[in-house]
Design a protein around this ligand. Structure first.
Ligand code: KG4
Ligand code: ZN
Length: 338
């Protein structure tokens, strides 16, 4: 009954995060958000890597302090190898390599997307672990995937977006409405007060289990431009209804394919993950399928939806148990497949 301590490091996009897990339980999970990008309306890669460089030491120090352990107690270091922004990944990767050399402990490379999925296995009260096989809809600012998971490290992407990610659909729609970045949470907030049937937006027709969101964004842009021409106050006067209708359309698009995936695979254990899985309508809709479709659903706690290092450390923990370690010459990989 040995205690296994894993340090997780995440730096794939615009959050610098470090976490310490003991046997899959969280001792600390520190996330430093980068406010700098808001005024540019999106993540600026060059600024993101610089901010990671500044944040990485304090964030890791804080994670180790909060965990109330000594660095020497750590058994391994898990870091995000990809996918993500190259400059951002390099900061975490290089730092993790050096630290593993300095502490003389194994290094474990982690796929960020597997991290989102396996966040469901973090040992937390009130969080149930899905049984294999299960499906996971991973939805974030960079990805939209339906993943079939047959084991901790056997994952298959059975559907994905052919253009924009769903988080981009939220953020770009919000931008059209004049809302600040990231607009996803704001659409969620205003949608709660609006009528989801107020406006109709065309849903894309895409093959198989794949998604497309770029057409929706254009459709919303043209619709808003036309309305504003007739009434310059259209957005202000109808913001709640517009947000509710956009969110309704996105939710329908997501679940049309997820339902199809369940029918095709016969899998009824269904999870969601990623930043967009914080969305209240998406969470409620998934939950409602327990009654209507007989699904068992797995909805992550809010703190595990957006990018965090605990989800990297949990993958590290399972890899550690299997003895799967990184090569000495491992490199950050911007485009890494699940
Ligand atoms: O996973 P994440 O933190 O970073 C990426 O790996 O991309 O996801 C960020 C995305 C952003 O697009 C943000 O707008 C979206 O998640 N998001 C939401 C909500 N909370 C975060 N979208 C809709 N509703 C929300 N409540
Ligand atoms: Zn992510």
């Amino acid at each position: 009954n040995r205690s296994i301590y894993i340090l997780g490091i995440e730096s794939s996009c615009d959050d610098t995060s470090a976490a310490v897990l003991c046997n899959g339980k969280i001792l600390s999970n520190v996330v430093a958000n980068q406010e700098i990008h808001a005024k540019y309306g999106g993540v600026v890669p060059e600024l993101a890597s610089r901010a990671h460089q500044q944040n990485i030491v304090p964030v890791i120090q804080q994670a180790i302090e909060q965990a109330n352990i000594d660095k020497k107690d750590l058994n391994a270091i898990a870091f995000t190898r990809g996918p993500g922004l190259m400059g951002s990944l390099l900061v975490g990767t290089s730092f993790a390599k050096s630290l593993s050399l300095a502490l003389n402990i194994p290094l474990i490379d982690v796929n960020h997307m597997q991290g989102h999925v396996l966040a469901h296995f973090i040992d937390e009260e009130g969080q149930e672990k899905p049984p294999f096989p299960f499906m996971c809809l991973t939805i974030s600012g960079g990805h939209t995937q339906i993943v079939k998971i047959t084991d901790y490290f056997s994952m298959e992407v059975i559907g994905e977006t052919i253009d924009d990610a769903v988080g981009e659909a939220f953020d770009k729609s919000a931008k059209i409405l004049g809302l600040p970045y990231p607009g996803g949470p704001l659409i969620d907030k205003y949608a709660k007060l609006g009528n989801p049937k107020a406006y109709k937006f065309t849903k894309p027709r895409v093959k198989d289990l794949n998604y497309s969101f770029s057409g929706l964004k254009t459709g919303i842009l043209y619709f808003i431009q036309k309305q504003v021409k007739e009434n310059p106050n259209f957005i202000e006067e109808n913001l709640n209804d517009i947000c509710a209708s956009i969110q309704q359309t996105i939710t329908e698009i997501l679940f049309d394919k997820l339902k199809k995936a369940s029918l095709e695979t016969g899998i009824k254990h269904v999870a969601i993950a990623g930043g967009v899985s914080a969305n209240s309508q998406i969470r409620n809709t998934l939950k409602s399928f327990e009654n209507t479709l007989g699904w068992t659903t797995y909805i992550p706690k809010f703190q595990f939806t957006t990018d965090n290092a605990a989800m990297i450390a949990i993958v590290g923990y399972y890899k550690y148990l299997e003895g799967i370690f990184a090569e000495e010459n491992v490199v950050a990989t911007a485009r890494l497949k699940v």
